[in-house]
Design a protein around this ligand. Structure first.
Ligand SMILES: Cc1cc2nc3c(=O)[nH]c(=O)nc-3n(C[C@H](O)[C@H](O)[C@H](O)COP(=O)(O)OP(=O)(O)OC[C@H]3O[C@@H](n4cnc5c(N)ncnc54)[C@H](O)[C@@H]3O)c2cc1C
Length: 378
């Protein structure tokens, strides 16, 4: 075969693509990962140091088996990379009692026998003094909650992939692909390649590479803030669980101090700005900061010190906010991972295994029924 021919080409070496490249290479595939920016970079969806991971899943309990495998694979990656990538802090899902953030989390715990405690808002505040939850809140505390070091984990996945024989090219954007009989031809800004199979994991750029995703994977601008705690002891990984809270101002999530010496907070769907990732303004604004500071002052008052860092980032939302992971309906040699809707990174490790399975075996042992593309046509 020609030098530019591979078993599998992976488009996009971010959260999902780095994991897919890793798993494919470890399965003995000759794999090429193509990334338009650096490894890692700050233009997509996986930067900003870390991402929450939690087992009790308010979004839908059917994610829990995938999460069990994700945790195992993050631990495996830590061992092979010789690096701390998953930090367990415990997790709080706090909301008015009838809200999905509380009820859905509790349902996941009950259906899957997950370790948890139910706490009232005031009980959360007594146990974790960095919190100031409203009196009418109910919370699920899950001891397995924590965070994954997302930027480092991309590097670890790529490092493992290269060690297993993968080729990875940064700063090489894919311009298009076509299926020619049994081959997939991929054209980049530098070269042309062929492969037996293609994995597309281009995050916020997926719609431009996959016509079947039209209107199904919409990029949305997000912001993150790090504030210097006034009482740092309350916001350390040992003293402060990661959180999802549903409050008057919206659905916030956050982290204890990690790497940047600041408490980190974000707001789901931030200012509801759908954007084009090519033209989006990535510079954070005073309005971004004000929304995140106001919530910090109200719900985590001893964290609301000086601003240390602000970043923007991209969600890519599907219509039902569940992921879209499938084989291309017209081309069985093409698989894709899209629409991670602001909660995908924690699954990247298992997505690598799923994408490798779909690509090499044509199927996966994991139940991904919820994630089929076909649900939008029903
Ligand atoms: C602010 C914020 C907070 C979040 N918090 C959490 C959280 O706490 N927990 C959680 O689980 N999830 C969270 N998420 C969601 C999670 O980060 C994403 O679901 C995940 O990172 C998506 O990974 P991806 O591989 O799809 O995208 P990316 O990591 O962006 O990867 C896509 C890659 O494709 C590359 N690419 C695109 N087009 C091309 C091309 N033509 N050629 C070559 N390469 C290309 C891009 O450059 C990029 O590197 C958050 C997201 C944001 C933005």
């Amino acid at each position: 075969m020609a030098q530019n021919h591979y078993d599998v080409i992976v488009v996009g070496v971010g959260g999902m693509g780095s994991a897919a490249t890793h798993h494919l290479a470890r399965r003995g595939q000759r794999v090429l990962g193509l990334e338009r920016y650096d490894i890692p970079h700050v233009m997509g969806s996986s930067h900003g140091i870390n991402r929450i991971i939690r087992m009790a899943y308010f979004e839908d309990p059917s994610y829990v088996p995938l999460l069990r495998r994700s945790y195992e694979l993050w631990r495996d990656l830590e061992k092979s990379a010789g690096e701390r990538l998953l930090v367990v802090t415990g997790g709080i899902d706090s909301a008015p009692e009838r809200h999905q953030v509380f009820q859905g989390s509790l349902e996941s715990c009950r259906l899957h026998g997950l370790a948890h405690e139910v706490l009232s808002g005031p009980e959360v505040n007594r146990r974790f003094p960095g919190y100031q939850m409203p009196a009418d809140h109910m919370a699920v505390y899950q001891p397995e909650g924590g965070y994954v070091m997302s930027e480092r984990a991309i590097v670890a996945h790529v490092g493992g992939a290269i060690a297993a024989g993968a080729e990875v090219h940064g700063r090489e954007a894919v311009e298009g692909w076509t299926v020619l009989d049994d081959l997939v031809a991929v054209r980049t800004e530098r070269d042309e390649y062929t492969a037996d199979r293609l994995v597309v994991a281009a995050g916020a750029w997926n719609m431009g590479l996959l016509d079947v995703l039209e209107d199904l994977a919409i990029p949305e601008r997000q912001a993150l803030a790090w504030f210097q705690p006034i009482e740092p002891g309350k916001y350390q990984p040992e003293s402060f669980p990661i959180f999802n809270i549903e409050v008057d101002e919206g659905h916030f999530y956050g982290f204890p101090v990690e790497t940047v010496p600041g408490f980190k907070i974000g707001l789901y769907h931030h200012l509801f700005e759908n954007v084009d990732p090519e033209t989006m303004d990535r510079e954070p604004t005073a309005a971004d900061e004000a929304v995140l500071r106001a919530a910090t002052e109200r719900y985590f008052p001893s964290a609301a010190g000086a601003t240390l860092s602000l970043k923007t980032c991209l969600f890519t939302n599907s219509p039902d906010e569940h992921f879209i992971v499938d084989r291309h309906p017209a081309y069985e040699q093409v698989v894709f991972a899209a629409g991670f809707s602001g909660h995908g990174y924690k699954f990247a490790s298992v997505m690598g295994e799923i994408l490798a399975g779909l690509s090499v075996d044509g199927s996966t042992k994991h139940d991904i029924g919820l994630l089929r593309l076909g649900r939008f046509a029903e």
